[in-house]
Design a protein around this ligand. Sequence first.
Ligand code: NAD
Ligand code: TYD
Length: 365
Amino acid sequence: MILVTGGAGFIGSNFVLDWLAQCDEPVVNFDKLTYAGNMNNLLAVRTRPEHIFVHGDICDNAHVAQLLATHKPRAIVHFAAESHVDRSIHGPGEFITTNINGTFSLLEASRAYWSSLADEDKANFRFLHVSTDEVFGSLGPDDAPFSETTAYAPNSPYSASKAAADHLVRSYHHTYGLPTLTTNCSNNYGPFHFPEKLIPLMIANALAGKSLPIYGDGKNVRDWLYVSDHCAAIREVLKKGRCGETYNIGGWNEMTNLAVVDTLVDILDQLAPKADKTSYRTQITYVTDRPGHDRRYAIDAHKIERELGWKPVETFDSGIKKTVQWYLDNQAWVADVKSGAYQSWLEQNYNQRDAVPAAMPGGAQ
Ligand code: NAD
Ligand code: TYD
């Protein structure tokens, strides 16, 4: 069996669902269920005996050690993290605790467990660390995309905490020989994406008749990848990746935030037209920029294609249509996550941002 951390979050739950749709190998899903963890994401596998959910914290070394001793996984796929840049700006502490100390604690428990394995199991064991392209910092308009040899230059508390975790993983391979693999992926989108991130937030706000808040001038560029393509890439790295290596994963799909929101508006106007026949585009507003906002991310995903034969299946066009349809079909899921803690976060993040006139995009930039 495999152990997944953070398997009730956005990417982790998609990974668990895809895994169990494709094979019968059991998954132990270890998750703290923070505001971002949602058992409703896993309803489709609630009757599958191969899905074993364990509520717990990766910082709890004794709990993880006991879990490893009980279930004896052949691999760990580590998703658990605090993942939202804006939250890391408002309160970096949790990011240090979970992303750095938590990964350290998980590595320590994994090292002790791995050391106790018989030779063959030891050789076959894998620790796959799921990371982000944000560790590489920000690109200029004409810079080459991030490759596996690009120097780390994280700019937010989130990306700095992920970079620290990446370095710890690297050191556990180099120093102790732990069979690690690291993936650095670009921005994901798709089902079960928590509506605090750009794409699901814009869909939810549009349908609720609220404003569509664009930070700064909206010309920041991200490389978008459909979540099931990311999950497929992780499976390939787990199967065939070389220990100690890192693999960049991306969608070959650079877009400005404005272009993303424009696409969403067009699809929503078509699939869920407003009663008054006006376009959702009228709800776009420009708000004060995110402090330290990275201008451009782009991924060179040649290595994973060349070595492991992976490339994305979805285009942005096909993936974003599926995503909007999923949100339209799953309004109850959205309503559920928009209760409680999520509401107080919205107040904290957006009530402190001034609306800026469209003629002067950029605000504090
Ligand atoms: P998410 O915030 O949706 O989910 C994180 C999950 O981790 C939640 O289920 C949460 O309950 C759990 N968790 C948090 N702290 C924990 C702890 N201390 N112990 C156990 N579980 C804990 O995140 P996501 O968007 O699904 O991202 C998953 C991973 O992929 C993260 O490591 C993130 O850095 C990385 N990543 C995300 C993206 C993206 O676009 N979302 C892109 C590249 C890499
Ligand atoms: P986000 O989904 O938070 O991902 P990340 O910051 O990790 O790339 O944001 C994606 C882009 O969208 C980023 O450039 C910030 C921007 N953005 C907005 O313009 N408005 C918003 O309300 C949010 C949440 C993000």
